[in-house]
Design a protein around this ligand. Structure first.
Ligand code: CP
Length: 308
């Protein structure tokens, strides 16, 4: 099986076979992370720039670690302290970096399709590290990896995506990936935080949290995007926790064989209670560990296509 795309822009455009190919490749890299020496010389010829136009803790560090574990050279770019402050465009910024003989771009940007724009305008391979509210494909892949690590497969699993789905690129990548791999997906949120046109995704939708969680194998809790709440999507944080938060009482509704996920960063005591986040059935930190292996796999697969 081959991987047909030159960039990773989203899971929507990948086939089930391509997604499984990445998950399979990631298994070998996950084993490397358990060794005393966690570094391999595989991509020592590669230079990658991590362009982060938005804040990030997990994704930025995870990509940098993945690149360093593969012995690639890494340049980290954040907006502050650069000529973006002087008005330099995205296209000019990337073309100038590429002129220094950089091979691949990892980008996080607040604009939907900024990674597609860079790929097209700058003729370079791009990995999307989150574009606006559109997609966050490596987060989707690490979530899929973590689910498969626990259950072995996807068909027959009931997966609830809970919370601020409307603004969540993580939700979108999860939905596309889970659907392609055969899981039953339920979007659960107050009506104001559901996507405007949920039917586009072809999944079930529920505004009844107890019903949605009942018998679920996976609940992926999304961060309530506090920076977007000025528009009045919820009455108050206290009421959000009361009606939509994942509490121990609500965890009891899940299938006995279940896992609790969250992409981070968490608002403890809002969308998820601290005792739920830290319980044995929570795989939140496993997701973070698996993210490094997923990003190593994506870098390795795409680097193999540089001269194609
Ligand atoms: N999950 C995630 O994207 O976290 P960061 O914003 O910290 O990268």
């Amino acid at each position: 099986m081959s991987f047909y795309h030159h960039s990773l822009l989203g899971l929507r455009e990948l086939s089930a076979e391509e997604i499984l190919y990445i998950l399979d490749e990631a298994k070998a890299f996950r084993q490397i992370l358990e060794r005393d020496i966690k570094k391999v010389p595989t991509l020592r010829w590669l230079t990658v720039v991590n362009l982060f136009y938005e804040p990030s803790t997990r994704t930025r560090i995870s990509f940098e670690l993945a690149e360093k574990r593969l012995s690639a050279d890494v340049i980290n770019f954040t907006q502050s302290g650069t000529s973006v402050a002087k008005g330099e465009s995205l296209r000019d910024t990337v073309n100038n970096i590429l002129a220094m003989k950089v091979d691949m771009v990892v980008v996080r940007h607040s604009s939907v399709s900024a990674p597609n724009y860079i790929e097209r305008e700058c003729n370079v391979q791009v990995i999307n590290a989150g574009d606006g509210t559109n997609e966050h494909p490596t987060q989707g892949l690490l979530d899929l990896y973590t689910i498969r690590e626990k259950f072995g497969q996807f068909s027959g699993l009931k997966v609830v995506i809970l919370g601020d789905i409307r603004h969540s690129r993580v939700a979108h990548s999860n939905i596309w990936g889970l659907k392609k791999l055969g899981a039953k997906v339920i979007l659960c949120a107050p009506r104001t935080l559901l996507p405007q046109y949920p039917e586009v995704f072809g999944v079930d939708v529920s505004t009844n949290i107890e019903e949605a969680l009942s018998g679920a194998n996976v609940v992926n809790v999304l961060r309530l995007q506090l920076e977007r709440q000025k528009a009045g999507y919820i009455p108050s944080l206290r009421e959000y926790r009361m009606f939509w938060g994942l509490t121990q009482e609500r965890v009891k509704l899940l299938d006995p064989d279940h896992i609790i996920m969250h992409p981070g960063p968490m608002n403890r005591g809002v969308e998820i209670d601290p005792d739920v986040a830290d319980a044995n059935d929570s795989v939140i930190l496993q997701q973070v560990t698996n993210g490094v292996a997923i990003r190593m796999a994506v870098l390795y697969i795409l680097a193999g296509k540089i001269n194609e």
